[in-house]
Ligand binder design. Structure first.
Ligand code: AMP
Length: 284
């Protein structure tokens, strides 16, 4: 595996590959890698000639400085894991490399209400920061395909919109959410859960599945209300449980056929750890 810390080294290497007619698959991450990330690397290896993984804890997408500070970092272990799964290139840049002072990387894109609902409502500025880093990394890597997880459904939808708005010639591929055996979606933040909260955390996936079983049997606002109650029962503090149209992320009140995909998205606090998850309830 090649390891690069500067944009220049990365770009030189990838240009050589492109000159040989090889395709590049890109998996951006913030590290503390788990099986969810590795499933995306595996997909990139299957679909392209060279898998590029970036590890960069992007300061512009953290609205809470404490969250940024507490974000788990384990670069050596991550590099070992990537090597063991046969990842081809690891890009681990410093902040100055991603955001050079002489380069304006700010994006002026309007994502509309898609970026102000759910995560956007509770993490102001998060998606602008996320889109900024993904655009900058796409400029550096110029991949044929970009692999991102369903785990961050709203993020995926916003990146899809950015790629469309800017006409970026990269195919966006969604990887399924990888879960622990008890249903908890894998997340770098899970390592910060107390033993007690970790034991209660499967309630998130159980509630998403319950909502799926209730769709069509009960008005969606009632499902949302009851789901919030279920999440709070073990002592978690739920922020939202929204049943939305998978394309627009706008709430649906009933289940008319015009929705291509109906998705339940949720976020909650388990102590001082914020967890998100979602489930596709129905696809037409
Ligand atoms: P992160 O390191 O949390 O920024 O995530 C990097 C990429 O991995 C994003 O595209 C996430 O959606 C994806 N990802 C995170 N957790 C999972 C998971 N449990 N299953 C599948 N993909 C995931």
């Amino acid at each position: 595996m090649y390891l690069f810390q500067t944009a220049k080294e990365l770009q030189n290497h990838l240009q050589n590959l492109r000159n040989q007619g090889l395709t590049i698959g890109f998996v951006p991450t913030m590290g503390a890698l788990h099986a969810g990330h590795l499933s995306l690397i595996e997909e990139a290896k299957k679909m392209t000639n060279c898998s590029v993984c970036s590890i960069f804890v992007n300061p512009t997408q953290f609205n809470d400085p404490k969250d940024l500070e507490k974000y788990p970092r384990m670069p050596d272990k991550d590099a070992q894991v990537l090597e063991s799964v046969g990842n081809d290139v690891l890009f681990m840049p410093l902040v100055e490399e991603v955001y050079p002072l002489d380069l304006n990387t700010k994006l002026d894109l309007d994502f509309g209400p898609m970026a102000t609902v759910m995560e956007g409502a509770f993490r102001p500025g998060h998606f602008q920061g996320m889109a900024q880093v993904v655009k900058r990394l796409l400029d550096l890597v110029s991949p044929q395909a970009l692999f991102m997880g369903q785990k961050d459904f709203q993020q995926f939808t916003i990146v899809k919109s950015m790629i469309q708005q800017l006409g970026i010639p990269t195919r966006l591929v969604m990887g399924a959410t990888v879960r622990e055996p008890d249903g908890l979606a894998m997340s770098s933040r899970n390592v910060r859960l107390t033993l007690e909260d970790r034991q209660k955390a499967p309630v998130i996936f159980e509630t998403l599945n319950w909502a799926k079983s209730m769709l069509g049997n009960m008005p969606t606002p009632a499902i949302q209300e009851l789901a919030l109650q279920k999440l709070q029962e073990p002592g978690f503090r739920a922020e939202y449980f929204d049943i939305v149209d998978g394309d627009t992320l706008m709430p649906i009140e009933a289940v008319p056929k015009k929705h291509v995909q109906i998705v339940a998205c949720t976020a909650l606090w388990a102590g001082n750890v914020r967890l998100i998850d979602n489930l596709i309830l129905e696809t037409h």
